[in-house]
Design a protein around this ligand. Structure first.
Ligand code: MN
Length: 245
């Protein structure tokens, strides 16, 4: 079986592009793009922690500008289906509404001044979190994957090309559950701005086309239950409606 051409496009797979694979190659995650018949193939998913002061405070941290920190979800955790299956082994699953920035190119050491050249577009996303498992992990000094990188943990709306939306440096970001407003903020409250996030990430990692960056959540995170309907919105982007099942 030939590798999927999207995967074959990545350099690490180029040597096997003409070779069959011993098991079926995993299908890549491809996200819908607004007004396009073509999709956006995902390479990696990075998330920024504590990037709105009011959320840092509600989680018991200093709201001052410390160096940003990052964690990852898996590409196949992104889910445009509009349904979020309540995950096992948690009784406290939280919503975090976030602006997703998706890259059309990347490299190491990107200067903030030219970072926006690498942005393909933006989407509304949710960083769903098993808060109880995250609290245990924090307490024990353990990694966060069980809390953050579980199946379908990142519902995401249609991607809006930056060519259509312009640079999103301000605008309301909000989330309601069953019609009740839970989270509200403005993109102008981001502690680390989008060009700075890209610059900082690229010091740590070689960024590339297909990378998705979740930029942090405003205050008001809270639990969801099966049956809840989440509505996530950011000014200028297609809204995201997700049913907890
Ligand atoms: Mn988050």
């Amino acid at each position: 079986m030939l590798p999927n051409p999207v995967q074959a496009g990545f350099r690490q797979f180029s040597k096997v592009s003409a070779m069959s694979t011993v098991i079926p190659a995993p299908f890549p995650t491809i996200l819908p793009v607004s007004e396009s018949q073509k999709g956006f193939p995902v390479r990696r998913v990075y998330c920024v922690g504590r990037n709105y002061a009011a959320h840092a405070v509600e989680m018991g941290h200093d709201p001052n500008r410390e160096a940003p920190f990052f964690f990852q979800k898996n590409p196949d955790n992104l889910d445009p289906s509009g349904e979020f299956p309540y995950p096992p082994l948690s009784s406290d699953v939280h919503h975090e509404v976030e602006l997703a920035v998706v890259l059309k190119s990347g490299k190491r050491s990107i200067p903030a001044a030219s970072a926006l050249e690498h942005v393909y577009g933006y989407a509304v996303a949710l960083d769903m979190t098993r808060r109880d498992l995250q609290a245990e992990a924090k307490k024990a000094g353990r990694p966060w994957e069980a809390a953050k990188a579980f199946e379908r943990s990142a519902p995401i709306g249609r991607i809006m090309p930056a060519a259509d939306s312009g640079f999103l440096d301000q605008g309301r970001i909000a989330l309601s559950v069953n019609g009740e407003l839970r989270q509200e903020g403005d993109l102008n409250q981001l502690i680390w701005k989008i060009p700075e996030i890209i610059a900082k990430l690229s010091e740590l990692f070689q960024l590339g086309a297909g990378d998705v960056i979740l930029t942090g959540t405003p205050a008001g995170v809270g639990s969801v239950q099966r049956g809840d309907l989440m509505l996530a919105t950011i000014d200028g982007l297609p809204e995201l409606t997700v049913r907890v099942i």
